[in-house]
Design a binder for this molecule. Structure first.
Ligand SMILES: Cc1cc2nc3c(=O)[nH]c(=O)nc-3n(C[C@H](O)[C@H](O)[C@H](O)COP(=O)(O)OP(=O)(O)OC[C@H]3O[C@@H](n4cnc5c(N)ncnc54)[C@H](O)[C@@H]3O)c2cc1C
Length: 333
């Protein structure tokens, strides 16, 4: 058993100071970190409990009309907040598609962004090959059971996928991640927050050691009327996505003025479907146009032996999610 010291931070500065100690880790809801510790995958020396930092437990409007969601806002509270439901229904839908009510009551926004992959070879230390867990050891998933794994942006080192539903919506909404660290505060564009694996699959994000996520900021809402989060999974609830799609549109009649589409369950980070978006922009929306756009996006897919089905599934999910987005958020808000 590891000896772990526990420190409760009451403000951002004391949390950051405590996190500079070797082996220190922040703990939010603990719904992922405690599992990682129990599985022997993570060995913090000090746990810095950030859940009492009141300043980070707020949802507030920004001067530009956007919304700031504090890093400690629980997933349930974020999903059910009136401003999130009415202005960013895509985010609310994605949050409610994740985990279970009990987990969402504990999980924080910051922790959700930082949750680690659900690749079984990463979690099971009986498998010695996992470049994410033990850099340089290999990847058992590439020649193994890889039904749940990546079809886009993977590398010869790692084919794991990011499991967060919330992050797929945030990618489509062009959110930013606000962070503070020993060298001050900075803003990270959502597209630059999660990484592709490349030759460093042990690094999930571009967050630096000792940096604290303080909030997720959303730009002014332009997709409140036409947005849909579709999650395709093996069970109707309490299951991670095989493929998910966050689709958000601005329409002029039937013509697409703006399309923002992000995919989950297909890559090491939420995958912004920019090829599909370009195909749709300026076009009249139809099932045929959507099928063409989705096929163009998935043309770059490199499936593994066990997940070829995801290529067609992702295409059909883009079509369905975007048609549902076009139909309007209606009663959801
Ligand atoms: C059975 C089960 C099913 C699940 N199903 C889903 C699902 O379908 N979809 C989905 O999206 N998720 C799912 N989850 C994952 C769940 O959403 C995450 O565990 C949760 O969001 C993590 O948040 P947390 O606050 O508990 O993080 P913690 O476990 O406290 O922390 C996770 C990581 O984030 C770091 N961290 C936390 N807060 C900060 C911060 N402010 N700044 C910097 N680093 C920070 C911690 O150091 C740690 O490394 C599931 C989890 C379980 C256990």
């Amino acid at each position: 058993m590891d000896a772990i010291s526990y420190q409760r931070a009451t403000d951002v500065n004391s949390a950051i100071a405590a996190a500079q100690r070797p082996g220190a880790m922040f703990i939010g809801g603990g719904t992922n970190l405690l599992d990682l510790m129990k599985g022997g995958l993570t060995h913090p020396v000090t746990l810095v409990d950030i859940t009492r930092i009141e300043a980070l437990d707020k949802v507030e409007t920004l001067p530009n009309g956007g919304l700031r969601i504090g890093a400690l806002v629980r997933n349930s509270d974020a999903a059910n907040h009136t401003l999130v439901r009415t202005r960013y229904p895509l985010l609310s839908q994605a949050l409610l598609a994740g985990a279970s009510p009990q987990l969402r009551n504990m999980a924080t926004v910051g922790g959700n962004l930082m949750q680690r992959t659900r690749c079984p070879y990463f979690y099971d230390t009986a498998f010695t090959q996992c470049n994410k867990r033990a850099p340089g050891s290999g990847c058992a998933a590439i020649g193994g059971f890889n039904r749940m794994h990546a079809i886009l942006g993977a590398s010869a080192q790692c084919v794991a996928v990011n499991p967060s539903d919330m992050s797929v919506a945030l990618a489509a909404l062009d959110a930013t991640v606000q962070v503070s660290g020993p060298r001050g505060a900075r803003t990270i564009a959502f597209s630059a927050f999660h990484r592709l694996p490349g030759d460093r699959p042990d690094l999930d994000t571009t967050l630096q050691s000792g940096e604290l996520i303080t909030s997720v900021d959303l730009p002014p809402p332009i997709f409140s009327e036409h947005a849909h989060y579709l999650k395709v999974r093996d069970r109707a609830s309490y299951a991670f996505a095989l493929v998910s799609v966050a689709s958000a549109l601005q329409l002029d009649g039937h013509r697409v003025r703006t399309a923002h589409i992000a995919l989950g369950g297909v890559a090491h980070r939420p995958w912004r479907a920019s090829v599909a978006e370009q195909h749709l922009t300026g076009r009249t929306l139809s099932a045929a146009a959507l099928r063409e756009a989705a096929a163009a996006e998935l043309a770059q897919a490199k499936p593994l032996d066990g997940n070829r089905f995801k290529v067609g599934l992702a295409q059909r999910a883009i079509v369905r999610a975007t048609l549902l987005a076009a139909g309007g958020t209606g009663d959801f808000t």
